[in-house]
Design a binder for this molecule. Structure first.
Ligand code: FAD
Ligand code: UDP
Length: 373
């Protein structure tokens, strides 16, 4: 048997493991980090092109309500004062997001005050609420209509959500849109959290700092050398897919994937905002990101990325877990199996099969760090 050379092996060089490594190195632990990609930082990876930090795996805006998490990230990067205020384009008409007084007035021009908006939404949600008869909404459509009425559902939610998830809104869990705010003020800040921003110079630099003091091997797929890698360390933190780890023995978990198409344009300002969502069901992409606006860039060129949702199949990047009942039950089987041993800890959004914002990821990782260090 190979000699144990490291205190910890970390599979995946994303934010989850970066958080634990930053704590482990301080305690003098020997850490080996592997990733199958040719770079660190997982999905928050940014790459500088033409002086612009491009978010290679989709728009990433850091936000948190937790002071502890905000203080933690400040150790590794300085954050700017970017506030996310995405715009929705529905058949050429523009609307503010998240759903707020600006949106309500854009949709119903006679809605001027918060009471007007509440009354209009109430009138539109009434039939749905009566049909629910005091019961909780069972699916995303019921949740959306009872929350903000039929017009907003049809203009801003239905098409976008069906493209994003590849299913009808009546076949999706309510949890997906529960994180979207509805406000009766003229406030276009997409998030309710107290702290928000983008690390100046990009996320990759921040993650590089978090991994300082660890040995990193890129282009290394865990499954190509599973047995020998497992023998290298006392403990392993695995942030790949939990079903793949167990050779899909109970069956495949479902994921959603994405295709990103980027273009360098010879203009200074293409769309005037970092994120524009296309909420109709005909446009094949869900959003266009213009990366320079995350850092208030004034470069002569601009870079945009169109984001196309797609069905995941083996070999694709699994971006989103599909947390419906069927998949949640299947995940519980894998989790029960994982709980029968204590060498490998499963973490991150793939190891725990959950949608984690960056602050949730850090929070969950700090908990693991406390347990194992
Ligand atoms: P990952 O970043 O996925 O890292 C896992 C790593 O493991 C990857 O690098 C992968 O290559 C590697 N790996 C997997 N399998 C293997 C293997 N077999 N061998 C070796 N390596 C392996 N959060 C926010 O807070 N704000 C946002 O605006 C935001 N926007 C998002 C937009 C999109 C499109 C997506 C998909 C997510 C977004 N998130 C956002 C969530 C954020 O990306 C996650 O919270 C964070 O990246 C999770 O980190 P992680 O380490 O768990 O996973
Ligand atoms: N959503 C929508 N219209 C929008 C933006 C979001 O209907 O213009 C819904 C959609 O179902 C999406 C969910 O809200 O999956 C969560 O949106 P968020 O912007 O948080 O998603 P992410 O950036 O994580 O993809």
């Amino acid at each position: 048997m190979a000699e144990i050379k490291y205190d910890f092996l970390f599979v995946g060089a994303g934010l989850f493991n970066a958080t634990i490594v930053s704590k482990a190195v301080k305690k003098g632990k020997k850490c080996l980090v592997i990733d199958k990609r040719n770079h660190i930082a997982g999905n928050i990876y940014t790459e500088e092109t033409h002086g612009i930090n491009v978010h290679k795996y989709g728009a990433h805006i850091f936000h948190t309500g937790e002071k502890e998490i905000w203080n933690f990230v400040q150790e590794f990067a300085e954050f700017n004062n970017y506030i996310n205020s995405p715009i929705a384009n529905f058949n050429g008409k523009l609307y503010n997001l998240p759903f707020n007084m600006n949106t309500f007035h854009q949709i119903w021009s006679d809605v001027i005050t918060p009471d007007d908006a509440k009354n209009r939404i109430e009138a539109q949600a009434k039939a749905m609420k009566m049909a629910l008869n005091g019961n909780e909404p069972k699916n995303l459509e019921e949740q959306a209509i009872s929350l903000i009425g039929k017009d907003i559902y049809e203009i801003l939610i239905k098409g976008y959500t069906q493209k994003q998830w590849g299913r009808k809104c009546t076949e999706l869990p309510t949890s997906i849109i529960k994180r979207l705010p509805v406000r009766f003020t003229f406030d276009n800040n997409y998030f309710n959290d107290r702290y928000q921003g983008i690390p100046i110079g990009g996320y990759t630099k921040m993650v590089e700092k978090m991994f300082e003091g660890a040995e990193i091997r890129l282009n290394t797929d865990f499954f190509d050398e599973k047995d020998s890698l497992l023998n290298l360390a006392d403990k392993v933190v695995f942030t790949g897919m939990i079903d793949e780890f167990f050779d899909y023995k109970f069956g495949e978990l479902e994921y959603r994937s994405l295709k990103f198409e980027s273009e360098v344009l010879e203009c200074k300002n293409y769309q005037g905002n970092a994120v524009i969502n296309y909420t109709d069901d005909k446009t094949p992409f869900t959003r266009i990101i213009e990366h320079k606006h995350f850092e208030f860039g004034v470069q002569p060129k601009t870079i945009i990325t169109r984001e196309y949702p797609k069905t995941w199949s083996r070999g694709d990047e699994p971006y989103y877990a599909v947390n419906d009942t069927k998949n949640s039950e299947l995940y519980q089987k894998y989790k029960a199996l994982a709980d029968t041993q204590n060498k490998v800890i499963f973490g991150g959004r793939l190891g725990m099969y959950r949608y984690f914002d960056m602050d949730d990821t850090i929070m969950a990782a700090l908990k693991v760090a406390d347990e194992i260090l």
